[in-house]
Design a binder for this molecule. Sequence first.
Ligand SMILES: Nc1ncnc2c1ncn2[C@@H]1O[C@H](COP(=O)(O)OP(=O)(O)OP(=O)(O)O)[C@@H](O)[C@H]1O
Length: 328
Amino acid sequence: MTTAKADLELVSVTKRYGKTVAVNAVSHHFRPGSYTCLLGPSGCGKSSTLRMIAGHESVSDGSILLGARDISNLPPAKRGTAMMFQNYALFPHLSVTENVAFSLKMKGVDAPTRRKAAGEMLELVDLTPLGDRLPDQLSGGQQQRVALARALITRPQVLLLDEPLSALDPFLRIRMRAELRKLQQELGISFLHVTHGQDEALALADEIVVMNNAVIEQAGPARQVFNAPRTEFVARFMGGHNVLALTEGHFAIRTDAIGLAPATAGKLDAQITAVEYQGTHVSVTARTIGDQDVTALVAERAFFEHPNNPGDRVGLTWEDQDLHHLTT
Ligand SMILES: Nc1ncnc2c1ncn2[C@@H]1O[C@H](COP(=O)(O)OP(=O)(O)OP(=O)(O)O)[C@@H](O)[C@H]1O
């Protein structure tokens, strides 16, 4: 399957619902052929952003460009995008093949061409033997693949996915996210995936765009956003970090970059308040003299060479290069 790669660009895009500003002058360039996760807490504006790109929601201000075209005011089917919904929105009375071929039928494509195209899509998502079933005769993971095939049959340049894994149980979610990633790499088109799960975004994305309060708080390659959060919000939301208030300002530092030393031998003195065994690591939380809670994630073997218990006084150590200055 060949589909042209195209740059997607948001230029100062705003969405207002009455007095609520759901998306506030957001600008971003999505690299062609990349997997991007739009990540943020409930209500931050990520679904509104996705729906404006899909054309299911009008743009209050600004423009959306795909390739060289301004698609801001085009109907959804004319944009070069396709959307896969959270609940899959399959037609219960249509077979798997008919569901997948539905948009071609709407376009007036003849039946043999539709069947052939639907067959190719079912092959792509490994569902060839199930074409005659009805949606309620499928597992959750299979329904999701039908929804994917149905979105991809329009040969979009950008596939938009709104919380595509949230209806699946945790085990299947992890399996399906690997399949999504593989599919995106095979097709080479851009996937833009809305999620509120940090793990999901880290596992899938080439680029993570973190939204908060209707704006982009930070965007960049997954490792960069995780390792070098720029704001306290991103550090806390991505997890795996402490936010330290030091005399020079606020800093983020990964929990696995904090070491435990004997009392007074570290950079900050603290008393251990909790020890949690996590298998490969042990999570040790300590409270500093200034009442900051700091978590040290210690490799299991290292911890049990010098085990600590709640109540122990320790010194917290780190390398200054692991501190990331936070702007707010
Ligand atoms: N149709 C609507 N009418 C009025 N307000 C809306 C509408 N849709 C969304 N909003 C508001 O806009 C803001 C952003 O909503 P949006 O659905 O984009 O957020 P989200 O980050 O996708 O959240 P969630 O993860 O809960 O879906 C919220 O304050 C929400 O209440």
